[in-house]
Design a protein around this ligand. Structure first.
Ligand SMILES: [Zn+2]
Length: 244
C-alpha cells in the first residue's frame, strides 16, 4: 500500500499530542471525536486551556470564580471520558484573551514543557461561520498565540531567552500542527465510531449545554449531509501543517 493511502493520523509510534484552546469544552466541541480516537489508539494527550471559561453563564447568582471552578471540574470530567492524561489551566480571563507577548511566553513555556509531536489548536482567521454566526474572539486569539508560540518562539532559544536560561526549558520543534475550527480544511476524518464518546464528554459540560436531551438530539443530527439518521456518518475537519 502506497504512502498516499495512509490516513494522515496513521502514526507508527505513540505520539505526544498537546491540545491548546481557549475554553473548557473547546477541545470536545471542536474535535472531541478525533481526540477520543487518538487516545484509544495509545497516543498521549494533554490539554492546555488558556482560560477557565469564567464568563460563560447567564445565571446571575454565579460569580466568575464560582463558575471558574465549576468549569474546571466539568473539563476534567470530560477529558477523562476522552482519555486525556493531563489538563492544565493558565486561567487567563475569559472573553478578554489577547495574543500578546506575555501569553505567548506562557504558551511557549507549555510547549517546551510538554514537548508535543503533534499540537492541536484552532484557526485564528475564522471570523464568521457558514451559518453567519460570529466566532468567539478568544478562539481567534488562542489560535493566533498558539501558532506564534509554535513558530518561532518554541523553536528558537533566543526567543524568551529566560525560559532557556532561567528555567532550563530547551527549544522544541512541533512536528505537526492540526488546526481545528477552520473553514479551510485539508484533512477530513470520518470519526463515526467515536461520536458517541464525543457526545458523552460534552454532556459533562453541564453548565454549557442547556437541556441534555435536546443537546443529545442536536449532536446526533450533526451527521454529514450524505448520510441518514438511520445510518449516520460524522466528520471532523482540520488544517494540518507539517513543520518538522
Ligand atoms: Zn470556546
Amino acid at each position: 500500500m502506497g504512502e498516499s493511502n495512509q490516513p494522515p493520523d496513521a502514526w507508527e509510534t505513540p505520539q505526544r499530542i498537546l491540545i491548546i484552546l481557549a475554553h473548557p469544552d473547546d477541545p470536545e466541541f471542536f474535535c472531541g471525536a478525533t481526540l477520543a480516537k487518538w487516545a484509544s489508539q495509545g497516543h498521549h494527550l494533554s490539554y492546555g486551556l488558556l482560560t477557565c471559561g469564567d464568563k460563560g453563564t447567564k445565571d446571575r447568582s454565579l460569580s466568575s470564580s464560582d463558575l471558574c471552578s465549576i468549569r474546571q471540574q466539568e473539563q476534567r470530567a470530560a477529558a477523562s471520558i476522552i482519555g486525556v492524561e493531563k489538563v492544565n489551566f493558565l486561567n487567563y480571563e475569559d472573553g478578554y484573551l489577547i495574543p500578546d507577548l506575555k501569553l505567548r511566553r506562557d504558551v511557549t513555556r507549555m510547549i517546551r514543557m510538554e514537548r508535543p509531536d503533534v499540537l492541536v489548536t484552532c484557526d485564528p482567521q475564522y471570523f464568521i461561520t457558514p451559518s453567519d454566526r460570529l466566532n468567539h474572539p478568544d478562539h481567534r486569539a488562542a489560535g493566533q498565540v498558539v501558532l506564534d508560540a509554535v513558530f518561532p518562539a518554541a523553536r528558537d532559544h533566543l526567543n524568551f531567552i529566560e525560559l532557556w536560561r532561567d528555567e532550563s526549558l530547551e527549544p522544541h520543534i512541533v512536528r505537526e500542527v492540526w488546526v481545528s475550527l477552520t473553514d479551510r480544511p485539508n484533512v477530513i476524518l470520518d470519526v463515526t465510531p467515536y461520536w458517541e464518546t464525543k457526545i458523552r464528554s460534552l454532556l459533562e459540560h453541564k453548565s454549557q449545554i442547556g437541556e441534555p436531551d435536546k443537546f443529545f438530539e442536536r449532536m446526533k443530527n450533526a451527521h454529514t449531509q450524505d448520510s441518514t439518521t438511520e445510518q449516520p456518518r460524522y466528520e471532523e475537519k482540520f488544517r494540518r501543517l507539517i513543520l518538522g
